[in-house]
Design a protein around this ligand. Structure first.
Ligand code: UT7
Length: 331
């Protein structure tokens, strides 16, 4: 049983990471932390930081070009761009419109989607609905972030976790039998305060004092988000599997949001997935929020980690609080 009236899958992936590497040892010089603590508690060893002058939309453009090249689609073929990010270049125009101009995707509608770290999976599901309904044929979904500009570099509870990067996928109709088989998306807005940027919106406007106090940076109750993540990751994949009419043992590969290796381990256990079937790159990039699953997907794909016909699950969770997962038969 499939949830889509047309089979919809992914026909191309791409990613972009800035060259600049910041290691845990570099962070030791900035805040009261150490490599051992970061590695043991998170699995992260280094992250990429975009240099000054490089914007979220630039990274997204590079990732998108690679995805389109793999999919063999031109910019004019794209009907819609969905850009998942919490760190757009600016509020208006949307990052999606900047990307549309960069690509010359003149036939594409374009908008940003804000579901934090769940954004890319939310975006894939949204894209699939447009295609399955017959409204559009090719949708470009991008996840890109420059979190280094939203992180308080004096807060050891958050600055060790995040990194910058971009990933993209071209979503399209695929042959019968392949594509998305089951999805799950959800939100619990009551958990919002545990991961937020208090100022800089219209409720608490950014001013010098608030910037000085760090209120325009990411604030997180780490243990609270951790508990939510451990509860949610496995559960959402099980729900997608159930909706796909699949059993756990039919799952061939798992691409989880790259936030913390302990969260990934616990989800893998719950899904009875040995770690060889779970993609991990967070030791290199840290948590890149909406870009995380997108980058992991592209790396796994280019490394040939799954093949046509494999059942691949994706899962994200994050601020909102939000979560999303899907199971697709890879084409
Ligand atoms: O995309 C979604 C985004 N967020 C997440 O996925 C985050 C989920 N949460 C986590 O991954 C974990 O909660 C953290 C990695 C953020 C923290 O790990 P934890 O095991 O929950 O540590 P904790 O916050 O309970 O802190 C334990 C101790 C504390 O010291 P005391 O009170 O035991 O003396 C902290 O002050 O570790 C201390 N600590 C640190 N020490 C060295 C906290 N951060 C650091 C640090 N370096 N960077």
């Amino acid at each position: 049983m499939t949830m889509m009236s047309k089979p919809v899958g992914i026909i191309g992936t791409g990613s972009f990471l800035p060259d600049n590497v910041v290691t845990n040892f570099d962070l030791e010089k900035m805040v009261d932390t150490n490599d051992q603590w970061i590695r043991e508690r998170t699995g992260i060893e280094e992250r990429r930081i975009a240099p000054e002058g490089m914007n979220t939309s630039y990274m997204a453009t590079e990732a998108a070009k690679k995805a389109m090249q793999m999919a063999k689609v031109s910019a004019e073929d794209i009907d819609m761009i969905i850009f998942a990010t919490l760190t757009p270049d600016m509020i208006i125009p949307s990052a999606a419109c900047v990307l549309q101009a960069n690509l010359g995707a003149k036939n594409a509608a374009a908008y940003d989607l804000q579901a934090a770290c769940s954004g890319f999976v939310y975006g894939l599901i949204t894209a699939a609905s447009y295609i399955s309904s017959g409204l559009y044929k090719k949708v470009l979904v991008v996840g890109a972030e420059i979190l280094s500009r939203r992180v308080n570099w004096n807060d050891r509870g958050t600055c060790i976790l995040f990194g910058d990067g971009a990933g993209a996928a071209v979503v399209s109709e695929v042959p019968e039998g392949y594509g998305i088989k089951g999805i799950d998306m959800g939100a619990d807005g009551t958990g919002g305060p545990s991961l937020c940027i208090p100022a800089g919106g219209t409720a608490v406007v950014a001013n010098d004092q608030r910037v000085e106090e760090g209120l325009t940076f990411i604030h997180m109750d780490g243990p609270e988000v951790y508990k939510f993540a451990v509860k949610t990751m496995g559960r959402t994949v099980l729900k997608s599997l159930e909706r796909a009419g699949m059993e756990l043992n039919e799952l061939d590969f798992f691409i989880p949001h790259q936030a913390n290796i302990r969260i990934i381990d616990s989800a893998a256990k719950r899904l009875h997935m040995p770690m060889e079937k779970v993609f991990v790159n967070l030791h290199k990039y840290g948590n890149t929020s909406a870009a995380s699953v997108a980058i992991a997907l592209d790396e796994a794909n280019r490394e040939g980690r799954f093949k046509r016909g494999d059942n691949v699950a994706f899962a994200g969770f994050g601020a909102g609080l939000t979560w999303a997962s899907l199971v697709l038969k890879w084409y």
